[in-house]
Design a protein. Structure first.
Length: 263
């Protein structure tokens, strides 16, 4: 799961405070100066700020993970359906539950006797929809750097016995971890030892060419023969090189792998 950055979380704090003031002042005719002199205003502001932050953080968390697994530019319909379900309906329901708990256990109020369902609830639903729209528009507005403009090394130094061999990146079928060693297998079935671990290799090679199948393996696109899917959604990738050593891809990474392979 991909979490929002610290910078994004910091931005949520004033946003949550601003939303809290909006909802607390909703339905009150007092001026801002009058409100800040009322003790109840600060109690409401604190709890509603916490609720707003939780909702904002959840919406951002959903958007971040959906953008990673279901990019809007590649699978727009499926992405929007998931965005509506997880980014709108669930936060609206969560907002209701948190507000209900606040009124019941802190204010000792029956939510049915308040104006919540007339004003706050529909407005909060509209706000959540707007938050999702802003996140979607922002993700479309930001221009992604073309992968081809990035610079990746064309050669990698690897060890075979007491020899150090320059290998063309395009001659490499898989990078894998076996025990304490990071192995390289080429398309001509030679095996070498890499001086780099998989996390380093993952940023050294083009993501167009290599996919991180699991914690133990990076696989080249041309080495992908075929794959099968079990009932849980987990994939088993069979390589085009011999001997075929099947690679397991988790259900969480399956959709991303399919999208990558179809590019």
């Amino acid at each position: 799961m991909h979490s929002p950055s610290v910078k994004q979380v910091v931005v949520l704090l004033p946003a949550a405070l601003g939303l809290a003031h909006f909802f607390v002042s909703l339905g009150h005719h007092e001026t801002f100066t009058d409100l800040i002199t009322q003790p109840w205003y600060y109690v409401d502001l604190a709890f509603v700020s916490a609720i707003s932050f939780i909702i904002l953080f959840y919406c951002l968390l959903v958007h971040t993970n959906l953008e990673n697994k279901l990019p809007l530019r590649k699978v727009p319909v499926k992405r929007l359906l998931w965005q509506v379900g997880f980014g709108v309906f669930i936060p609206v329901f969560l907002s209701f539950l948190l507000t209900f708990a606040y009124m019941a256990f802190i204010l000792n109020q029956d939510i049915r006797t308040t104006s919540f369902f007339v004003y706050e609830f529909p407005i909060s639903a509209v706000v959540i929809v707007m938050i999702n729209l802003v996140l979607i528009v922002f993700s479309l507005w930001v221009v992604e750097k073309p992968i081809k403009s990035q610079s990746f090394p064309s050669t990698l130094l690897a060890s075979q016995g007491n020899r150090t061999v320059p290998l063309s990146i395009q001659s490499i079928a898989t990078f894998s971890k076996e025990g304490d060693h990071y192995l390289i297998k080429t398309f001509d079935l030679q095996q070498y030892i890499s001086p780099y671990h998989l996390e380093e290799l993952e940023v050294m090679v083009s993501p167009n060419d290599f996919f991180r199948a699991n914690r133990q393996t990076l696989v080249h696109r041309a080495a992908c023969g075929h794959f099968t899917t079990d009932r849980s959604g987990k994939l088993t990738l069979h390589l085009s090189i011999k001997p075929d050593e099947p690679i397991s891809i988790s259900q969480k990474r399956a959709a991303e792998f399919r999208t990558w392979l179809a590019q």
